[in-house]
Design a protein around this ligand. Structure first.
Ligand code: SF4
Length: 418
């Protein structure tokens, strides 16, 4: 374990809820539908977060229960059945229907697992119905993906076969590239969860080695382990060095000669180092503060420090799974302040006191900080962008250097107009 200082705080939080992950999950599995059982607030959140879908046939919707004058739970069950039946009659191509729970008390009282079980009985395999919670009381935004993937694990077929399973949503092009690289170093069977079609689930069993592509999949990893899979310890594939170590962890578990891996990856590493150069010039020595939101904060901090020469003032994370994050914690510099949880007021006080060059934070905090003259980067943008793998290292660095460049231009304009 590194000399990072692990701290905890709790209090008011300022993070998106787990419903947000529907935005990238519905793109990944076009034959699935995400039905939020929630209030008008929930409907507004996913409609504005996924606003682009207005031009396409939507693959998410909201059964609004919170604002109805419900006489009792029986009415809520009837209402939900009606919405589901209407939806499936209109959209028979839906193969998997996720019922996604939310915060309103009417919804919390509903046992969505039992609703799903009942509907599965009625539908007799025409559409599979699963459930998970995206409630803001229980989840931060990336944990919605953990809930959805965890719901899929019991449906995965069993297999004894030696295989590598990449777990966590990646951009399709990035995933194809990574699979090609794994094939080139000699790992021939590489699958992924979530799959591109929700009913085309990969298999799992004692021969399965799992490489997590995202750090927020605690429950999914636990369930895969319970199905016999081995969860490989590795940093996450963010940045050139992180991605190289991530691929090496897989190669090691398949007893692949490390010289072959290095020979395959070295041309990519050389290209990444070249592409990173202009961004390192801009980022080197900059003081960065990461507020907790996506759970990507530790791998991002490691990348920013190790490959871009950034000074880390504080690295927040909504939750710290020490087992999954072990390799990342070991790579952080001595005395890095890692803060698990959030007391948003106290954290903002520390930001104002330290005046960082850049704050990585949620959208709700970015505007006020920008107004105070502090450059910000939205955490959510890092979740939506294709940032994984050696080839994407420069694009990842560019996402951090862009707000600094913008702030420099703003400051110059302000100076000339004085
Ligand atoms: S925080 Fe709760 S009420 Fe608000 S959008 Fe998320 S699930 Fe709905």
């Amino acid at each position: 374990m590194s000399g990072a200082t692990l701290l905890k705080e709790s209090g008011p939080r300022e993070v998106f809820c787990g419903l947000t992950s529907i935005v990238w999950l519905h793109r990944r599995m076009p034959d699935a539908f995400f039905l939020v059982v929630g209030s008008r607030t929930c409907a507004h959140l996913i409609q504005s977060a996924a606003g682009v879908m207005i031009f396409a046939e939507p693959r998410f919707g909201t059964a609004i229960l919170g604002e109805r004058d419900l006489a009792g739970l029986a009415d809520a069950h009837e209402e939900l059945d009606r919405v589901v039946n209407d939806l499936l009659a209109r959209r028979p191509e839906i193969r998997t229907l996720f019922l996604v729970g939310s915060c309103p008390s009417e919804v919390i009282k509903l046992d969505l697992a039992r609703v799903a079980e009942r509907l599965n009985g009625e539908l007799q395999g025409r559409t599979r119905v699963l459930n998970y919670s995206g409630s803001g009381i229980e989840t931060t935004f990336t944990q919605g993906e953990d809930g959805a993937l965890n719901a899929l694990v019991p449906l995965m077929p069993a297999s004894q076969e030696d295989q590598l399973l990449l777990v966590g949503t990646l951009a399709n092009a990035v995933e194809d590239r990574l699979k090609t690289l794994f094939n080139r170093i000699g790992i021939s069977k590489v699958d992924s969860l979530p799959p591109r079609q929700s009913n085309d689930l990969p298999s799992v069993g004692p021969g399965t080695r799992v490489l997590l592509t995202q750090p927020y999949l605690t429950d999914t990893a636990r369930s895969l382990k319970a199905r016999g899979a081995e969860i490989l310890q590795a940093p996450f594939p963010l940045g050139a060095e992180g991605s190289r170590r991530w691929m090496n962890a897989a190669a090691k578990s398949f007893d692949i000669n490390s010289n072959l891996v290095e020979a395959t990856l070295e041309p990519l590493m050389a290209r990444a180092r070249m592409a990173l150069k202009p961004y390192i010039e801009q980022l080197k020595g900059k003081r960065v503060f990461l507020l907790p939101e996506s759970q990507l904060e530790l791998p991002l901090a490691r990348f920013l420090h190790e490959e871009c020469g950034v000074e880390l003032l504080e690295v927040g994370t909504p939750y710290l799974n020490r087992e999954i994050m072990k390799a990342e914690l070991e790579l952080l510099p001595e005395n890095t302040r890692v803060m698990e949880g959030q007391h948003v007021e106290k954290q903002l006080d520390r930001v104002r006191e330290q005046r960082p060059d850049l704050v990585v934070c949620g959208m709700g905090l970015a505007n006020p900080l920008e107004a105070e003259g502090i450059a910000t980067k939205w955490s959510i943008e890092l979740v939506f962008s294709p940032i994984h793998g050696i080839d994407q290292a420069a694009d990842l660095a560019e996402l951090f250097s862009r707000p600094l460049h913008r702030r420099e231009l703003l400051n110059k304009n302000l100076l000339t107009s004085v």
